[in-house]
Ligand binder design. Structure first.
Ligand SMILES: NC(=O)c1ccc[n+]([C@@H]2O[C@H](COP(=O)([O-])OP(=O)(O)OC[C@H]3O[C@@H](n4cnc5c(N)ncnc54)[C@H](OP(=O)(O)O)[C@@H]3O)[C@@H](O)[C@H]2O)c1
Length: 343
């Protein structure tokens, strides 16, 4: 049996993404076969598509992470030829050992670096990062949730955000930042979101108490202080942000280099203001926690645009322009491009 998928066999610009017929996967005993309704386009997809161009300097992590990513993705050409790490769909069939899911169940999930969601079908192990789709979301909305929300949840947990604290999210309009804004608000913090001018209304709509356009104002020079500064993309520095941190404030980095790791070690020994560099691999438990928060109305997805599977390259082009405001999804069950901005 065959299925349609977006395949890339060389690194490069969006044009390397081609619609092809490939073998439909067959679930193992512990796996579910999922018919995909929608897969989101995120930072990791763009990075993996163009990984040949990503030098250690351009990579937002230490050299050793870049080295292992290079081995994982493929040195000269991609090893995993179908992109897409987050998705929503319906279980079509299950292996004989699967107990938690049955055919017909709506699900959403995260594949991490295994990718493979730009296709009509994929297989997921029952104990993978997979959960029943939130009842109050469409497939397209749910597809755009897992990566950003489970990364933001995992990273914010490391900073122990408390009610009443002041939190600044740098990169608030992106996949991780937009979830971090909503989660920090849920934890009871007063949230300031920093992003470019086009994303300000979007970040405000997610519940940020204040927004700052990084093109017009340097948040580290306006005299305000925060209990937590969470820099998603690593565009600031601890030395620059120090005066904007409260007495025992924390400077959390989702993207970091060796310098920040040394700063983390040093500040953990010296006390006072601290640097935290953290990884959030994402787990099934985190996805289940996110599903509960969605159903409780604490996290929502704003849809930006959706593209049919055949136009995956256009979806990448759109996201690559850098101004997506909310979910951009590739819909395996949709035939037209649609704007869906709802904020
Ligand atoms: N630690 C972990 O476990 C982990 C896991 C996954 C990813 N990451 C890291 O997270 C980062 C990707 O995050 P993401 O998926 O949220 O990215 P994204 O969706 O591409 O969002 C990027 C955000 O950064 C903002 N931004 C862009 N240029 C900026 C600048 N010059 N100054 C300030 N802000 C700027 C963007 O705002 P505008 O669009 O308004 O410019 C946007 O809000 C990567 O560096 C990746 O390595 C870390």
């Amino acid at each position: 049996m065959m299925m349609k998928a977006i395949v890339y066999t060389e690194y490069g610009p969006p044009e390397v993404l081609k619609l092809k017929e490939v073998a439909k996967p067959v679930p193992r005993d512990n796996e579910a076969l999922i018919r995909i309704h929608a897969a989101a386009v995120n930072y990791g997809d763009l990075l993996a598509r163009n990984f040949k161009e990503i030098t250690p300097r351009k990579f937002n992590m230490p050299f050793v992470f870049w080295f292992f990513a290079k081995l994982l993705f493929g040195v000269r050409k991609p090893k995993k030829t179908i992109l897409g790490s987050e998705f929503a769909g319906v279980i079509e069939s299950t292996g004989k050992d699967v107990r938690s899911f049955k055919p017909g169940d709506p699900v959403f999930g995260y594949r991490g670096q295994s990718m493979g969601a730009y296709a009509q079908y994929l297989c997921m192990p029952e104990d993978g990062v997979l959960a029943t789709k939130p009842a109050n979301m469409t497939f397209e909305e749910a597809a755009a949730v897992p990566y950003g929300a489970i990364m933001a949840l995992g990273l914010l947990r490391k900073a122990h955000v408390q009610a009443g604290q002041k939190v600044l999210i740098h990169g608030a309009s992106g996949g991780i930042g937009s979830a971090a804004v909503q989660l920090a608000r849920h934890f009871g913090a007063e949230v300031t979101g920093v992003c470019g001018a086009p994303g300000l209304a979007y970040v405000k709509s997610l519940g940020a108490d204040k927004v700052i356009d990084y093109g017009r104002e340097d948040f580290s020079k306006n005299g305000a202080t925060y209990d937590l500064i969470f820099d998603v993309l690593g565009k600031s520095s601890f030395s620059r942000c120090k005066n904007s941190l409260s007495k025992n404030g924390r400077y959390l980095r989702a993207s970091f280099k060796t310098r920040e790791l040394w700063q983390m070690l040093w500040t953990s020994m010296s006390g006072g203001k601290r640097v935290i560099c953290a990884l959030a691999p994402g787990s099934r438990e985190d996805l289940l926690a996110v599903k509960e928060l969605i159903e409780a109305g604490k996290i929502r997805t704003v849809m930006d645009k959706r593209f049919p599977l055949a136009q995956a390259a256009d979806a990448h082009r759109y996201v690559e322009q850098g101004h997506k405001k909310g979910g951009v999804v590739i819909s395996a069950s949709n035939s037209g491009v649609a704007n869906a901005n709802q904020y």
